[in-house]
Design a protein around this ligand. Structure first.
Ligand code: ZN
Length: 204
């Protein structure tokens, strides 16, 4: 199983990190060892001083495919979940500056938090109008809507599958909206997809 993450998929988030808005999806991988599930606590690693939350819609691939045409891409996922792409921003900034790959900042243990549930796509009246949000200690810090994605689910699947075969169970984190920020010890994170609470855990 692999975890594919899309970077810079919301205009306002690209701008808040002073990145250009891309003309094709930017993607990177996390290993399965980075998964954080079951509302387990997230432990800030001792080698970073700045871990950011990035709340993202997650789709789960349900069949094998490569070079998938955009018009058929909706057949390759039937469920949507919510997760956090934890990012050691200080480390990432250093790697970016030196033109190095991002794994140290993105692929570490627990860096891919995943909600407890996946919701069938049929439950959403419009796939391009799905609301989600993150609260920390009860305050909303990030709010997103799938309609604001630069590349929608089908475009992402089609693009990524040109380069790597998608397999059943693969997860795609589809990018974060604006409002990313640091977590600190003791923070209480709760994520919502529409009205449903998808995860609820603490930072330690
Ligand atoms: Zn992200």
């Amino acid at each position: 199983m692999k975890i594919i993450c899309i970077g810079r998929n919301y205009v306002e988030h690209a701008q808040e990190l002073n990145n250009d808005v891309p003309d094709e999806p930017v993607f990177f991988l996390k290993p399965d060892s980075s998964l954080l599930r079951n509302n387990d606590s997230f432990y800030i690693p001792d080698w970073t001083k700045e871990v950011h939350y990035e709340t993202e819609l997650v789709i789960r691939i349900n069949r094998l495919g490569k070079y998938i045409d955009k018009q058929f891409a909706s057949r390759y996922y039937h469920e949507i979940g919510l997760g956090i792409d934890f990012t050691a921003r200080d480390v990432q900034n250093e790697l970016k500056k030196n033109g190095l790959p991002w794994e140290k900042a993105k692929a570490f243990d627990q860096a891919a938090a995943l909600g407890k549930y996946f919701i069938p796509t049929d439950n959403f009246p419009e796939k391009n109008n799905i609301q989600f949000k993150l609260t920390i200690n009860g305050n909303t810090v990030q709010q997103g809507n799938s309609g604001l994605m630069i590349f929608n689910f089908e475009e992402i699947i089609s693009f990524v599958s040109k380069f790597m075969t998608l397999k059943m169970g693969d997860l795609i984190y589809t990018g974060t909206p604006a409002g990313v920020g640091p977590v600190k010890i003791g923070d209480h994170l709760e994520g919502y997809l529409e009205d449903k609470k998808m995860f609820d855990f603490f930072i330690k």
